[in-house]
Write a protein of this length. Sequence first.
Length: 92
Amino acid sequence: MKQELKFIQNTKIIFRKEENGAYLYDPDSGNLKYINRVGTFLYELCDGLHLVEGMIFRIAREYQDVPMDQVEKDVDHFLADLLQMDFVKRIT
């Protein structure tokens, strides 16, 4: 995924934050997804202001014991999954 991309949350999605994560629910499709704390943090960064590159950097800074290439793969996979489920939209 291009690191200069930005994402924004789909406004029709219901976001319910829990103690150790959150639920995303699309009332139109019935899609439901549980995301952990890292996923919740990333989802909240999908505000149209943060580049993917910045998201990767922030996760890597928080979890310094995880190799950078693994952080990049995990963030890319997570965002691609949210995009496929229509929980976020890609913007340029």
